[in-house]
Design a protein around this ligand. Structure first.
Ligand code: 4NP
Length: 154
């Protein structure tokens, strides 16, 4: 989950699905993305995100933005916000009993940058490269976390 669901979270969704495909795990895990804001609902990912993902072999063209729904917290075992503002906004709408599912995406990266994945929307192309680097790190950590949850019967 990010703010607009056109840059960071659809990129993470696409990279996570590609990782599942590479590992033959598409039947065991799934993913979706959403935004805390609703300005871009129905829109394709930002062309800069599509280009950055394509450079890494991932096609985002089929994704469309949506906003977070209260049902999401029951439907997904893990709800990751791309930055700390996203996490705060998620916690504000999450049913109290499900708050443990809400985490910061970069908690699952090796480098754990403070504040999460920076919003690349108003910056240049290097922001999208940095975003993709962090996403590539983080989706591996997210998958490892979900595999551990499954092994623990969670
Ligand atoms: P995202 O990036 O949250 O990574 O999708 C943004 C997209 C749009 C806006 C802000 C951030 N916006 O203000 O429209």
């Amino acid at each position: 989950v990010c703010l607009g669901n056109i840059c960071r979270s659809p990129s993470a969704e696409g990279m996570f699905r590609a990782l599942l495909a590479r590992r033959g795990l598409e039947g065991r895990f799934g993913a979706d993305s959403a935004g805390t804001g609703n300005w871009h609902v129905g829109a394709s990912p930002d062309p800069r995100a599509r280009a950055a993902a394509k450079e890494r072999g991932v096609d985002l063209s089929g994704l469309r933005a949506r906003s977070v729904s209260p049902d999401d917290f029951g439907r997904f075992d893990l709800v990751v916000g791309m930055d700390e503002d996203n996490v705060e906004d998620l916690l504000a709408v999450c049913p109290p009993g499900l708050r443990g599912r809400v985490r910061l995406f970069t908690d699952f990266t090796a480098s754990r940058p403070a504040g999460g994945v920076p919003d690349p929307y108003y910056g240049g192309p290097e922001g999208f490269d940095r975003m993709m680097d962090l996403i590539e790190e983080g989706v591996k950590g997210v998958l490892a976390h979900l595999e551990a949850l499954e092994e623990g019967g969670g």
